[in-house]
Design a protein around this ligand. Structure first.
Ligand code: CU
Length: 172
């Protein structure tokens, strides 16, 4: 049940002229269904193209886990680089993936979002990915240099953040 999720761009993004132009007018955009169009894929038999993720992040009760690391061990990413990230809900219940800082446990989201804010009209805000048990999503995004620092990945399903489902995300 792969869910082809949106491309999320931040600020300057220079893959091709068409998208750059689109971005200049729209700011942060989420575009469905073009993941395969902009990322070098790995050709498979029968004409199938499989994307090779840079990172694979699993989640469950109650953690995020970069494959190759321990649950909730800090995740490091580089600013100024494009990432294709594969997410997989390996748990038994629905989980969310928010990227931000300053958790707001009343509103159940971060006050500051790494990938845009809801009320930021120039940058159509990306709030969270929501995955049902067993569901996966592939997301592509670019973290600009201006976002260097310490962030967090968290799940704001009721009680999950409180139970420890949060992981430090270091943008270097
Ligand atoms: Cu959760």
């Amino acid at each position: 049940m792969a869910q082809e999720l949106n491309l999320v761009f931040l600020e300057e993004y220079t893959v091709d002229n068409t998208r750059r132009k689109f971005l200049k007018t729209a700011g942060l955009v989420a575009i469905s269904g073009i993941v395969g169009a902009s990322v070098p894929g790995i050709a498979k038999a029968h004409g199938e193209v499989t994307l090779e993720p840079d990172l694979t992040i699993g989640m469950g009760e109650f953690f995020f886990q970069l494959h190759g690391q321990e649950p909730n061990e800090p995740i490091r990413m580089e600013a100024g680089k494009k990432y294709l990230v594969f997410f997989e809900n390996e748990g038994q219940v629905t989980h969310e993936i928010h990227f931000g800082r300053e958790p707001d446990l009343e509103e159940r989201e971060y006050k500051v979002n790494l990938l845009g804010n809801e009320n930021d009209h120039e940058n159509h805000g990306f709030i969270a990915l929501i995955l049902q048990p067993g569901e996966t999503a592939t997301m592509q995004f670019f973290i600009p240099e201006s976002k260097r620092g310490e962030w967090e990945i968290g799940c704001f399903m009721l009680g999950h953040y409180e139970a420890g489902q949060k992981t430090t995300l270091i943008v270097e």
